[in-house]
Design a protein around this ligand. Structure first.
Ligand code: AKB
Length: 341
C-alpha cells in the first residue's frame, strides 16, 4: 500500500520552513517535502525530504506511484523582484510548476476517489492599483477589485488562482463521467516577516531586511519611500492561515481565494517600530524608482472580512505583539544582540 502523505513544495523557502515545523507535529511521519535545495539544518522531524524540481515530470510521476498524496501545500515560487529579472524562468516555475502540481492533484483525486486538498499561497502582487491617488482612495481592497498586476509574479499568481478554480470546478467538464476534482483553497498574503529567515527576491523585503539589519547593527538603505504603505503579517500567522484554511469545512467556504492580513504599515512606521527596539539602528531611505513603482501598485491594506466570516480567520499577532513577542526576541536571540527595549 502506498504511504499517505502531505506534500510541501518550496519547503526550503521562508514559508515552507515555518510550515514544515508545524506540519511535522500535526502529521508525524506523513510529510513529504520537495525543494531544489536541501533543508536547513535546524529543521528536525520525521519527514522525507526530496531534493528535486517541480518541473521534472518524471520525478512527479514517481511521487504519484510511491505515495498517496492527500494534501498539497504548493509554496514553490520565484518572487516579484527576482521574477522581473528572469521572467521566462518565473513563468516556468510559477505557472508550469503549478500546472504540474494541479495535474498531479487531479490524478490523485481521481485514483483515490476523493478530492485532494490543494493549498496555494497567492499574494498582494495579484493586485495592481494604477496610481497613488487610487491607492489612497481604495484603502482596503477586496479580492475581486483591482486585479491588474504589474509584475510577472503577480500575473503568474492571479492566473494560477484561476487555474486552481478551473481544476476544482470544471476540469474534464466534457468527459462522459466527471471524476472527483481537487479541493483548491488559496490565501492572498501581504508581505511576510520571519524572525528566523531573511527573504530574498521579493519586493516587500524592505520591511524584514530593515529589521534584520538593525539586529545585526548594520546600516540599511530602504529601497522605497517613507510614505509607501502595504500590509504585513508575522510568519506564525501565515502558517496559521494556511493550516486554518486547509482544515475549514468545505461547506463554510464561499470563495476559493481569500485575502488575509494582519497590520498595515508605511515604510516610515516600519522604521519607527524597528527604532523602538533597536534605537541605534541606522536606517536611510534611498528609493529605487522601479521597485518603488511595484510597491506603489500594491494595496495599502486588504479587506479580509470574507476569511474572518467563513473560516474564523484572525491573526494572533497585531503589530505590537508581532514586534514585542515574536520578531524582536527571536531575532535578538538569533544574532545574539544586546539591544535595549
Ligand atoms: C514579494 O515581495 O514578491 C512577496 C509578495 C508580496 O508576495 N513577498
Amino acid at each position: 500500500m502506498r504511504k499517505k502523505v502531505v506534500l510541501v513544495t518550496g519547503s526550503s523557502g521562508e514559508v515552507g520552513h515555518a510550515l514544515l515545523e508545524q506540519l511535522v507535529l500535526l502529521r508525524p511521519e506523513g510529510v513529504l517535502s520537495l525543494d531544489l535545495k536541501p533543508l536547513g539544518s535546524q529543521l528536525a522531524g520525521d519527514f522525507i525530504h526530496l531534493q528535486g524540481d517541480i518541473l521534472d515530470r518524471e520525478l512527479l510521476d514517481r511521487l504519484v506511484s510511491e505515495y498517496e498524496i492527500e494534501e498539497i501545500y504548493h509554496l514553490a515560487a520565484l518572487l516579484s523582484t527576482r521574477a522581473e529579472f528572469t521572467p521566462d524562468a518565473a513563468h516556468r516555475v510559477n505557472v508550469t510548476g503549478t500546472l504540474n502540481l494541479l495535474e498531479l492533484a487531479a490524478q490523485q483525486s481521481e485514483w483515490s476517489g476523493k478530492p485532494v486538498r490543494f493549498i496555494f499561497p497567492s499574494s498582494i502582487a495579484a493586485f495592481g492599483l494604477p496610481d497613488l491617488d487610487t491607492k489612497a482612495r481604495y484603502e482596503k481592497v477586496r479580492e475581486w477589485e483591482w486585479n491588474y498586476p504589474r509584475t510577472m509574479y503577480g500575473c503568474n499568481k492571479l492566473y494560477c488562482e484561476m487555474l486552481g478554480i478551473y481544476f476544482s470546478q470544471y476540469y474534464r467538464q466534457l468527459a462522459a463521467e466527471q471524476p472527483p476534482m481537487l479541493d483548491f483553497r488559496c490565501v492572498r498574503f501581504p508581505g511576510l516577516i520571519s524572525a528566523f529567515t531573511v527573504p530574498s527576491g521579493g519586493t516587500s523585503d524592505y520591511g524584514p531586511e530593515m529589521l534584520h539589519a538593525a539586529a545585526q547593527d548594520k546600516p540599511y538603505a530602504c529601497f522605497v519611500r517613507e510614505d509607501v504603505r502595504i500590509p504585513f503579517m508575522a510568519m506564525p500567522d501565515a502558517v496559521k492561515a494556511l493550516l486554518d484554511l486547509a482544515h475549514a469545512p468545505l461547506e463554510s467556504l464561499s470563495r476559493k481565494v481569500y485575502n488575509v492580513t494582519s497590520f498595515s504599515l508605511s515604510a516610515a512606521d516600519f522604521r519607527d517600530w524597528v527604532l523602538k527596539y533597536f534605537p541605534g539602528a541606522q536606517i536611510d531611505f534611498l528609493p529605487d524608482e522601479k521597485r518603488q513603482a511595484i510597491v506603489d501598485s500594491w494595496p495599502a491594506d486588504l479587506d479580509d472580512s470574507a476569511a474572518r466570516r467563513d473560516w474564523g480567520w484572525k491573526p494572533d499577532y497585531e503589530v505590537e505583539r508581532a514586534f514585542s513577542e515574536y520578531l524582536v526576541p527571536n531575532i535578538r536571540q538569533r544574532y545574539q544582540e544586546k539591544a535595549t527595549v
